[in-house]
Design a protein around this ligand. Structure first.
Ligand SMILES: Cc1ncc(C[n+]2csc(CCOP(=O)(O)OP(=O)(O)O)c2C)c(N)n1
Ligand code: SF4
Length: 299
């Protein structure tokens, strides 16, 4: 894995991510893999405090463009087209939260994907609007506690199933879509390099990144939680190259999803029955992606 890393550390040593937040690790890592000829795009959210900085302190040592939650892909469209026009090979990469990606900024992302804009878009999915106080987003899992999906006699956390954002992007038919997890950095590095090599459209990576603060889990367990998500098939690692799906890493022995959910207080209220239906949902989602792989369905 060390071989993927380019020379310089491109994120300043001090950031204000919460203790144990793996988004910081992911941002440091991806900048080391992609190198200096990068323009980083961000918007309000936890990822922004790492990328853009805080008050008068810049964090990243590459060029950074701070966008609104509503217009990241639109600004990236203009900037990436400019560099193509002047003939300079610059990688435009977004590192943005799931709220900005799947909800607030979904329309311009979908539009840019359909138009074939050439940039890398990384959704750092901590499964909620964490920066503003742990509100639910469309990618928050069903049954999870958040500050806007409380657990009480009347409610059992989030009522809806999460939006399947990575598959939605794959069904746009863009050249490269992948899932990645902060626990599997070798896999993430290979996907970043594939994304960088795409020159004829968008590359989208959906990165699973536990949030100790919002998930009410231990900071020291963040990477382990990510590993458990992958090993329970809650978060399978796959890629779709030109619409062709394949798994990039698979557990030898799949663990029950309670190995993941039992490690955080946002799921502490789940009954045995609710755990069973959560497990069924995990298997339903995994079966869908398995069929796309095994039946060689191309989108
Ligand atoms: C259009 C718009 N709506 C709301 C906000 C307020 N706001 C700032 S950061 C944030 C949370 C962003 O959540 P997400 O994109 O999931 O990133 P996270 O903080 O979870 O990493 C919100 C709602 C905003 N800046 N712009
Ligand atoms: S709120 Fe969550 S995602 Fe945001 S910096 Fe803290 S641990 Fe990381």
């Amino acid at each position: 894995m060390v071989n993927y890393l380019q020379e310089d550390e491109l994120l300043a040593p001090g950031t204000i991510f919460c203790t144990g937040c793996p988004a910081e690790l992911a941002l440091r890592f991806l900048l080391r893999v992609l190198g200096k000829e990068v323009i980083l795009f961000g918007s309000a959210g936890c990822a922004a405090v790492g990328g853009i900085g805080f008050f008068d302190a810049a964090a990243a040592k590459v060029a950074v463009i701070s966008c609104l939650m509503t217009n990241i892909p639109s600004i990236m469209t203009g900037v990436s087209r400019y560099y193509r026009k002047v003939g300079r090979d610059v990688t435009c990469v977004a590192f943005v939260g799931d709220g900005a990606t799947a909800d607030v900024g979904f329309q311009p992302l979908s539009g840019a994907a359909e138009r074939g804009e050439n940039f890398i878009y990384i959704c750092c999915d901590n499964q909620g609007y964490m920066n503003t106080g742990v509100q639910r987003s469309s990618t928050t899992p069903s049954k999870a506690w958040t500050s806007t999906t409380p657990v009480s006699e009347l409610r059992r956390g989030k009522e809806q199933e999460s939006k399947n954002m990575s598959l939605l992007m794959a069904f746009h038919g863009i050249p490269y879509v992948a899932t990645a997890a902060v626990s599997h950095l070798e896999d993430f590095a290979q996907k970043l390099l594939k994304a960088k090599s795409v020159k004829n459209g968008m590359a989208y990576i959906h990165l699973f990144s536990p949030c100790p603060t919002g998930w009410r889990s231990s900071p020291e367990e963040a990477i382990d939680l990510s590993r458990r998500a992958v090993e329970t098939n809650y978060y399978p690692l796959w890629e779709a190259e030109h619409g062709k799906f394949s798994f990039t890493w698979q557990p030898k022995q799949v663990k029950p999803v309670t190995e993941f959910t039992s490690r955080m207080k946002r799921f502490a209220h789940l009954t045995a029955e609710e755990n069973t239906s959560f497990q069924a949902l995990v298997e339903k989602r995994y079966d869908l992606i398995s069929r796309l792989v095994k039946e060689e369905i191309t989108v």
